[in-house]
Design a protein around this ligand. Structure first.
Ligand code: ZN
Ligand code: ZN
Ligand code: FE
Length: 761
C-alpha cells in the first residue's frame, strides 16, 4: 500500500454550508488523514493515504457535496506524503488576511432534517426549529460576526446535553450548526388571537392548520419575516385577504407541500423543478395549468403562478397538516416592510390576520422571499433576497477602498464592495415610506458590521431627490453619483466578468438622465468609468407627471396625440369611451399646452401606452401591472413587427414608435384582439433594438452586448430580441442579479470603485 498526498483547493460556495464537517466525515469514511481549512478563497484540503483511499475520497468530493455547496473549481496537486499524519482534522480558520466570510445566507430544510421531523420515534418529531449544518437559518438570526451561536438570536437558548453532544461531535451532521436546538432546549411556538390573547392550543401548528382549513387568515412568523397565509383553493378566503391587505390585484405566491403538488398546479420545466427544490428555495414563476383548484383571485388574468416549496420545518408541518396549497404573501400592509417581531406583527396585522402563529426566536435581519423566472433557457432573478443575501458576486478586480452603493429608489437593494466581492443586501423594497427608509439604513449598518467595513466611498443614483441620495449625503466620505442606466449596464458587465467596452441595452421605466430628463430606452457604449449614448427612444409625455405612471391612460393619450398629430380617433377606442370625457379633455389640454407634461424615454412607458390601449386598461394598480399584462397577453405565434422609424436629426438617433402605434390603432379599429397586437409590439421593439445594436456596432466596432433594465424581466422581449440578434456577437443576460433596479447597486459599486481607482468622472 503506497502512501500518497494531495493538496485540493476548492472554490465556489463552500463556506458556511457545512463543507468542512462533510469533508471530515468523508475522510474518516475513506480512511484518509490530513486536514481541511477555510481560507480567503475557499476551502483547502491536504489529504494523505493509500492511492485507493485517496481516489475514493476524491470521487466522493466531486459526487456528493452538501446540498447548499456549489463547487466551481476543484484543483488537485500531488504533495509529499506526511509520515506523521494519522488523523484527519478540521483546522479552525486563522482569519487569514483578507478573509471576508460575512454571514452565509439562509438555507432551506434538508432532507435529513425533514425525515426527522416526520419520524414519531425521533426526538425532533414535529419540532419546528430543526436544522443542521446543511440547512437552517443563518443571515436572519445573525446579530454580529463572527457567526457563532452567542452572536445569534439563538444565544438565549442554552443547548441541552443532547444538542451539545451533536454540536461538538465532528462526525455528527450538527457539528457546529449554530442554531442547533430540540424541543427540550430550543425555541417554542405559540398561537394568539388578533389582540394578543393566547389561544390554548396544545399543538399550535395543528391549530393553525385547522384555522386555515376553515378559511381564516393566519399570520405566520417565518425565517426572514411574517407571512400571511390563507387557503389557496378558497376564493372567499383569498378575496378576504386581498381586501384586508389592500392588495387588490398583485399576484400572490402559493406554497405547496412538495414537488408533486407543484406539478399539479403548473407545467414545470426541468430548470423550474431545480429551482423549486434548491437550498435557496425562491418563489418560482411558472406557467399555471388550466385544470387546477387554485382560486382565480390568486393572480387575476395572469397565466403564471408564483410557486414556492416549504423552506423551514414549520412550513413543512403546516403544509402537511393543512393538506392543501397555501397563499403565502408577505406580512405587511401595502408598501411597508414585512413585519419581523411579534409585537410589530400584532400591531400592524391585527386587522388582517385572525390567528398569529408565533415563536420566541427573534428575526435579526428582515429577508423577503426571492423570486426566479426562467428566461431564454436560464434563471433570471426578479428578486434576489432570502437564500442569496447577503452573499457576494465575485468580481475580477479589488474594491479598494471599500465602497457602499445605495441602490435605486424602487425594489431597493444595496451593495458593499470589499476585496473582490460585491455583497448584495436583502431586498428592501420601495423607499417611499419612512419605515422602509429606516429599514434600509438598519440593513446597511448591519451588513457593514458583518463585513467589518465602514466605506467612505459612497455610490448613489444621480437622481437628486431619492431617499438613497439623501442617505449618501448624510455619510462621510467621497460621494459618486452614477447615472441609472450606466449602472444597469455595468451591473450586467460585472456579473459576466466583462470589463468593457460593451454595448448595453438598458430598458426600464425611468431613470434620471445626465440632462435632468427621464431616460429609459438607452443603448449605451459603456465601460466602467463612462458611457456614450448610441441611441434612445422618442420620448412620450407624462401628463400630470408621476400620476401618469399609475394612470396609464394618460400616457396612451399623450402617445396618440403625438402619433396622430393632435387628431387621435378617441371616440372609437374602448379605453377612451370608458373614460370620463371631461377628464380626457382636461388631460388633452395639458398635453396641447404642455403644462406639466414631463417627457420620458422609458420603454416601460411605451408598454403602458400600448397596453392601456390594447387592453382598454385605465390604470396600473401596482407598479408595472399594465406592462406585465401586455407582455402576458401576447400570442407568441405572431412574429410580424409593426413599422417604426429612426429620427436621426436628434443628438442621438431616436427610435420612433409612432408608425407602430398608428398601425396598432388600425388593428384595434379593425376589431383585432390584443394577443396579436401585443405580440407585434414586442416584435417591433425586438427588431428596432437589434437594428440599432447592429448599427452601433458597425460604428464603433464589435463588442459584447448586454441586455439590462426592468423591461428584460419580460421573457418574450428577451427571447425575441435574441432571435433577431442572431449569434454574431455574444449577448449576455442577467443571471445572478436582477435585471431590474434590484440589481442596480452592483453596477453603482463597480463604477464608483473604478472612478476612485482611475480618477475618472
Ligand atoms: Zn438539515
Ligand atoms: Zn436540545
Ligand atoms: Fe431601472
Amino acid at each position: 500500500m503506497s502512501a500518497a498526498g494531495f493538496r485540493i483547493e476548492i472554490r465556489g460556495v463552500v463556506q458556511g454550508v457545512g463543507f468542512r464537517p462533510w469533508v471530515y466525515r468523508l475522510a474518516h469514511e475513506k480512511g484518509v488523514s490530513g486536514r481541511v481549512s477555510n481560507d480567503s478563497r475557499g476551502v483547502t484540503i491536504e489529504a494523505f493515504g493509500s492511492n485507493e483511499a485517496l481516489d475514493d475520497f476524491l470521487r466522493g468530493l466531486r459526487a456528493s457535496p452538501p446540498p447548499a455547496a456549489r463547487i466551481r473549481e476543484l484543483e488537485c496537486r500531488a504533495i509529499p506524503p506526511e509520515g506523521g499524519a494519522r488523523e484527519f482534522v478540521i483546522v479552525e480558520s486563522r482569519e487569514a488576511e483578507g478573509l471576508q466570510v460575512s454571514i452565509p445566507p439562509d438555507l432551506a430544510t434538508c432532507d435529513d432534517c425533514r425525515r426527522e421531523i416526520a419520524d414519531p420515534t425521533d426526538r425532533r418529531y414535529r419540532y419546528a426549529f430543526t436544522n443542521c449544518t446543511n440547512c437552517g437559518p443563518r443571515f436572519t438570526i445573525a446579530l454580529h460576526v463572527p457567526y457563532d451561536r452567542p452572536t445569534t438570536t439563538m444565544a438565549r437558548f442554552p443547548m441541552c446535553e443532547d444538542c451539545r453532544r451533536e454540536y461538538e461531535d465532528p462526525r455528527d451532521r450538527r457539528f457546529h450548526a449554530q442554531p442547533v436546538a430540540c424541543p427540550a432546549c430550543g425555541p417554542r411556538l405559540s398561537a394568539v388571537g388578533p389582540s394578543g390573547e393566547p389561544l390554548d392550543w396544545p399543538d399550535p401548528i395543528a391549530g393553525a392548520a385547522r384555522a386555515l382549513r376553515a378559511g381564516m387568515i393566519v399570520a405566520v412568523k417565518g425565517l426572514g419575516g411574517f407571512h400571511l397565509a390563507v387557503d389557496a383553493t378558497s376564493p372567499e378566503a383569498v378575496a378576504r385577504l386581498r381586501r384586508r391587505k389592500h392588495r387588490e390585484e398583485k399576484p400572490l405566491a402559493v406554497m405547496v407541500a412538495d414537488l408533486a403538488a407543484a406539478e399539479r398546479l403548473a407545467d414545470l420545466t426541468p430548470l423550474e423543478r431545480e429551482w423549486l427544490t434548491s437550498a435557496e428555495r425562491p418563489i418560482v414563476l411558472a406557467r399555471r395549468r388550466a385544470d387546477t383548484n387554485l382560486a382565480p383571485e390568486i393572480a387575476p388574468g395572469n397565466p403564471l403562478v408564483g410557486l414556492i416549496l416549504p423552506y423551514t420545518p414549520l412550513h413543512h408541518l403546516l403544509l402537511a397538516d393543512t393538506d392543501r396549497p397555501l397563499v403565502m404573501t408577505s406580512g405587511n400592509l401595502s408598501d411597508e416592510p414585512i413585519a419581523t417581531t411579534n409585537d410589530e406583527a400584532l400591531a400592524k396585522l391585527a386587522e388582517v390576520a385572525d390567528v398569529f402563529l408565533l415563536h420566541d426566536r427573534d428575526i435579526a435581519s428582515r429577508c423577503d422571499d426571492s423570486v426566479v423566472r426562467e428566461i431564454a433557457g436560464g434563471p433570471t432573478l426578479l428578486r434576489r433576497s432570502r437564500g442569496w443575501a447577503p452573499g457576494a458576486v465575485e468580481v475580477a478586480f479589488e474594491f479598494e477602498p471599500p465602497v457602499l452603493a445605495c441602490g435605486g429608489h424602487l425594489k431597493n437593494t444595496f451593495c458593499i464592495g470589499t476585496g473582490r466581492s460585491a455583497y448584495l443586501g436583502p431586498h428592501i423594497g420601495d423607499l417611499e415610506t419612512l419605515d422602509t427608509v429606516t429599514a434600509f439604513e438598519a440593513s446597511v449598518e448591519r451588513l457593514e458590521e458583518f463585513l467589518e467595513v465602514r466605506p467612505t466611498l459612497i455610490a448613489h443614483d444621480l437622481h437628486p431627490l431619492y431617499a438613497t441620495t439623501e442617505y449618501a449625503r448624510s455619510r462621510e466620505g467621497r460621494k459618486i453619483a452614477v447615472q441609472h442606466h450606466h449602472a444597469h449596464v455595468v451591473s450586467a458587465m460585472a456579473e459576466h466578468g466583462l470589463t468593457g467596452p460593451v454595448l448595453g441595452v438598458a430598458y426600464d421605466g425611468t431613470g434620471y438622465g445626465t440632462d435632468g430628463t427621464s431616460w429609459g430606452g438607452e443603448i449605451l457604449l459603456a465601460g466602467f468609468t463612462g458611457f456614450r449614448r448610441m441611441a434612445t427612444f422618442r420620448p412620450v409625455g407624462l401628463p400630470g407627471g408621476d400620476v401618469a405612471v399609475r394612470q396609464v391612460w394618460r400616457v396612451a393619450l399623450a402617445a396618440l396625440e403625438d402619433a396622430f398629430d393632435g387628431e387621435p380617433p378617441l371616440s372609437r377606442l374602448d379605453l377612451f369611451t370608458k373614460t370620463d370625457p371631461r377628464e380626457v379633455a382636461l388631460v388633452q389640454r395639458l398635453i396641447r399646452e404642455r403644462v406639466h407634461v414631463p417627457l420620458a424615454r422609458g420603454v416601460g412607458r411605451w408598454f403602458d401606452a400600448f397596453g392601456a390601449l390594447g387592453l382598454a386598461r385605465r390604470e396600473s394598480r401596482y407598479e408595472g401591472q399594465v406592462a406585465l399584462e401586455w407582455n402576458l397577453a401576447a400570442d407568441p405565434a405572431e412574429t410580424r413587427a409593426y413599422p417604426w422609424t429612426v429620427d436621426r436629426s436628434r443628438p442621438q438617433p431616436e427610435i420612433d414608435l409612432r408608425p407602430a402605434l398608428r398601425e396598432a390603432v388600425a388593428d384595434l379599429l379593425a376589431g383585432r384582439g390584443p394577443a396579436g397586437i401585443a405580440a407585434r409590439f414586442h416584435e417591433t421593439l425586438a427588431e428596432a433594438t437589434a437594428k440599432m445594436i447592429e448599427e452601433s456596432l458597425a460604428l464603433v466596432g464589435d463588442a459584447p452586448v448586454v441586455l439590462t433594465g426592468g423591461c428584460f424581466q419580460n421573457a418574450l422581449l428577451v427571447e425575441r430580441t435574441l432571435a433577431r440578434l442572431g449569434t454574431r456577437v455574444p449577448v449576455h443576460l442577467h443571471r445572478r442579479v436582477p435585471p431590474g433596479d434590484g440589481g442596480l447597486a452592483l453596477g453603482q459599486a463597480v463604477i464608483a470603485s473604478a472612478v476612485a481607482r482611475t480618477g475618472g468622472f
